[in-house]
Design a protein around this ligand. Structure first.
Ligand code: GSN
Length: 225
């Protein structure tokens, strides 16, 4: 039997992408079972695999883990991406919760009606540029180290890089005003496990296209027939 974690989700970013990033950063190989249609979700729900009838779900270490935050916390703790003490962990939690709020806007993009998407993304970019990125630029400046917290890689660094790259897909020059975020991006992208994840052919998912959005709508939003 395989001992690799198995990720159950649709073949797109959504809430699972951060989990993929954290495992990849930790150098952990994983397998994926894609929920392709409503029946795949119904099957997982009926066989009792999903505590709250929802994905993401990750099978690892003999558990069927659900709830994105709980999964990310477990992986971060297990692979030493969660700071060296309680205070570092508190900082990481604050930073990561801010990133999650921004990330959630991208997750929700996938369920916006077509005629609302342009305005929705403009609002999201405004939040990134004027609320969140200035905060992380300042944190790097005040801390004066290579990483957001302490002196070693944490989930905060991994999740910030994930979100920077996502925002850049919509606005390539978004870091122009943020020199420390530019050097942070270069530095963290160059960590071998992360560099590998950024190569084509990795399990990193592309931005959602119309097909993925259509599939997500059919699996999660349409009532079962
Ligand atoms: O963060 C979490 O894992 C949960 N608090 C929310 C998970 C969730 O909303 N899952 C949806 C899929 S949309 N994005 O991940 C889901 O599985 N819905 C199916 C249902 O029947 O509720």
């Amino acid at each position: 039997m395989s001992s690799k974690p198995r990720l159950h989700y649709y073949n797109g970013r959504g809430r699972m992408e951060t989990i993929r990033w954290l495992l990849a950063a930790a150098g952990v190989e994983f397998e994926e079972s894609f929920v392709e249609k409503k029946e795949d979700l119904t099957k997982l729900q009926k066989d009792g695999s999903l505590l709250f009838q929802q994905v993401p779900m990750v099978e690892m270490d003999g558990m069927k883990l659900v709830q994105t935050r709980a999964i990310a916390n477990y992986i971060s703790t297990k692979y030493n991406l969660y700071g060296k003490d309680l205070k570092e962990r508190a900082l990481i939690d604050m930073y990561v919760e801010g990133m999650s709020d921004l990330n959630e806007l991208f997750v929700m993009y996938e369920i916006q009606p077509a005629d609302k998407r342009e305005q929705y993304i403009a609002n999201t970019m405004d939040k990134a540029e004027n609320r969140y990125f200035p905060v992380f630029e300042k944190i790097l400046k005040d801390h004066g180290k290579d990483f957001l917290v302490g002196n070693q890689l944490s989930r905060a660094d991994v999740q910030l890089l994930e979100i920077i790259l996502m925002v850049e897909e919509w606005k390539p020059d978004v870091l122009a005003k943020f020199p420390l975020l530019q050097s942070f991006k270069a530095r963290i992208s160059n960590i071998p496990t992360i560099k590998k994840f950024l190569q084509p052919g990795s399990q990193r998912k592309p931005p959602p296209d119309d097909d993925v959005i259509d599939k997500v709508m059919k699996i999660f939003l349409c009532p079962a027939s």
